[in-house]
Design a binder for this molecule. Structure first.
Ligand SMILES: [Zn+2]
Length: 335
């Protein structure tokens, strides 16, 4: 079943459909708030055969039903190989051809959208619309287009044939080629209101959702991901004190990038607390009171540097130990 409805997207979706002036929209904003779902909902609305393409999809007409079954002839979704599993999560059928053509099951799936995929999209773009309503290509995340792929897309993005429309979505629109950005009408998507996010999380069985929502900076989809990976509010709030004690176990089950990310949030909050501001990601009671900013600032710089290499530590165990030891030293020096 199609799973792309998120309560906090309803109003922004209606607004975007009403205000669309360009054949290409660029949905941009933070990760974890439903950008891909939003882009898919735009496609559904444009293809729906009931309204004038300026309303959300009705969900009932032949076009909406084809979309939901994943067999709409006028729709294409472009994802990097590494994100192909999203299709299943969204209730779209898995692209058998796509998974067959990937070179090897053992190779690490690519995080880039490659030029071959864009070429396939362009041949879709040149064909006539099967149902005569529109043809829609969704590209997510747009920053995954590598340089060659982005260049291959430019001309079609600028002068699309006939009924072709694009919905691009990006977490990092600053890193897009300016030529891609300038050809799209921007649709900023902000963080959802807590009142919309909390019931959605509660309905999915997430406990302590309020604390985790703060921990993720207000991103409900990230909360769900964390909860599914076993993260709890209690464990999150215990993290600062465990790190201060030098407990490597506190980060043992985490991927390197997530460990760094958590420590960056911790450092950020320690600095806020030290300057008399309300912490953003942790409960104030979870944070030790520190007095000196300088050691935290140099720790922050080191974390930023480490974040750039967090994808491939040679030995994750040793790397995590060093990370925790460094954090503990920063805590001690900032006392
Ligand atoms: Zn419809």
């Amino acid at each position: 079943m199609l799973n792309i409805a998120l309560p906090w997207l309803e109003q922004p979706l209606r607004d975007a459909l009403q205000r669309a002036r360009s054949h290409a929209l660029l949905v941009q904003g933070p990760a974890g708030v439903g950008q891909l779902e939003f882009a898919l909902q735009l496609a559904l609305g444009w293809l729906c055969e009931v309204g004038d393409g300026r309303q959300p999809g009705c969900g009932q007409c032949a076009s909406c039903r084809l979309f939901a079954s994943g067999t709409h002839p006028d729709f294409q979704l472009l994802l990097p190989e590494a994100l192909e599993p999203l299709r299943e999560a969204l209730g779209l059928p898995v692209d058998e051809e796509g998974s067959r053509s990937s070179k090897s099951k053992t190779a690490k799936p690519s995080r880039e959208i490659k030029v071959e995929a864009v070429r396939a999209l362009l041949s879709f773009a040149q064909s006539t619309s099967a149902r005569g309503r529109a043809k829609v290509a969704v590209i997510f995340p747009a920053e995954a287009l590598n340089g060659v792929a982005a260049n291959a897309l430019l001309k079609t993005l600028e002068e699309p044939s006939g009924l072709l429309r694009f919905a691009l979505a990006s977490h990092d629109s600053a890193s897009l080629l300016p030529t891609i950005r300038s050809r799209c009408q921007p649709v900023p998507l902000g963080l959802p209101a807590r009142e919309a996010a909390l019931p959605w999380l509660a309905a999915r069985g997430v406990e302590g959702a309020e604390g985790l929502l703060a921990a993720t900076g207000g991103r409900p989809q990230q909360v769900l991901e964390w909860a599914e990976a076993g993260q709890t509010d209690a464990a999150w709030q215990a993290l600062p004190k465990r790190i201060a004690r030098g407990e490597v176990q506190a980060l043992a089950d985490w991927l390197p990038a997530r460990s760094i990310d958590a420590l960056q949030r911790l450092c950020h909050d320690l600095l806020r607390r030290l300057h008399g501001q309300k912490p953003q990601f942790f409960d104030a009671a979870a944070l030790p009171v520190l007095r000196r900013a300088a050691p935290l600032l140099s720790w922050e710089t080191e974390l930023r540097r480490a974040a750039r290499h967090a994808d491939h530590p040679l030995n994750t165990g040793l790397w995590t130990e060093a990370l925790v030891a460094r954090a503990q030293a920063a805590f001690a020096a900032a006392k």
